[in-house]
Design a protein around this ligand. Sequence first.
Ligand SMILES: [Zn+2]
Ligand SMILES: [Zn+2]
Length: 289
Amino acid sequence: MLPYQSLEEAELALGRALSVAEKLWFQYSAQKPDFILHCHNILFAMLFYTLAPLPFVFIGLGWFKNMDKFKIQPKVKDSFSNMFKCYKDVMRSNVFVTGPVQVISYPSIQWIGIRTGLPLPSLAEVFWQIVVYFIIEDFSNYWIHRMLHTKWAYKNIHSVHHEYTAPIGFAAPYAHWAEIWILGMPSFLGPALVPGHITTYWLWFILRQLEAIETHSGYVLPWSPTKYIPFYGGAEYHDYHHFVGEQSKSNFASIFTYCDYIYGTNKGYRAHKQVLEKAKNLQDPSASK
Ligand SMILES: [Zn+2]
Ligand SMILES: [Zn+2]
C-alpha cells in the first residue's frame, strides 16, 4: 500500500513527474495491502504453470508433426492422461505446499525489505538483480540437489521428481512436498541477500518458473532465446539428468553448466553426448564435415 493519496501527492514527494509505468503501478497498488501484493506469486505460479507448458503439451499430443524432430527422447510418447495427472498433482501442491510457503514467508519478506512503493526500479537495477538471483539460485540449488541424490534423500524425497525419466513441462515443479520446501529456499535467498522492488521479485519468480518449464519440456527448440544465455544448460542438459535417474552423477545444476564443470559432475553427460555424436555421424557422415 502506497503512502500517497493521489498521483499529485506522489509526484510532490518524489520531486518529479511519474513515468507511465509508475502511474500504472500507483493505480494498481496504492490501495492494496503489501501482503496481497506478496501473495500475487501464488497466482503467478498457478497461471504460468498452467499456460507455459501448453505448447509442449500440444506438440506432445502430435498436433504439430514438424516439431517432433525437436523431442529429446523421441521414443517416449506422452499421453494426455499422463500429462493431465501431472498437471493436477502440480496444481494441488501449488495450493497446499507452495501457497503456504509464500504466505508464511511474508514476515521475512517484510524483514528483508522488499519494497512496494515508488519510485519503481530502473531497468538496469531489475536486470542485474535478476542475474544475481539466478546465480545464487543455481549455486545453492546445485548443492542441495547433490544432497538429494544421497541414498536416503533420494529414496524418501527426490525419487518423486525423478518419476519422469522423460520430463514434460508440467513436471517442472512435480516433487515431494519436502523438496518443494527445501528447493524453495534458494529462490528466496537471492531476494534476501539483494532485496529489491516487489515487481522485480514477481518477475524473478515468473522467469524462474519459465526456465524450469523449458528445462523440463522434453524439447530443444532451436529458436529459444535462452540459447544465447552464457553457460545456460537448457532442456537437453537437465533431460539427461532425468534420463539416468537415481544413478545420475551428472548435471545437478538447474540453470547453468559451470557448477557441474567446476565440480566434475558433467562427465557422464559429456560421454553421452560423444556417443550421440558418433551415432549421428555414422548415420549421416556429411554432418561431421
Ligand atoms: Zn535429481
Ligand atoms: Zn528436474
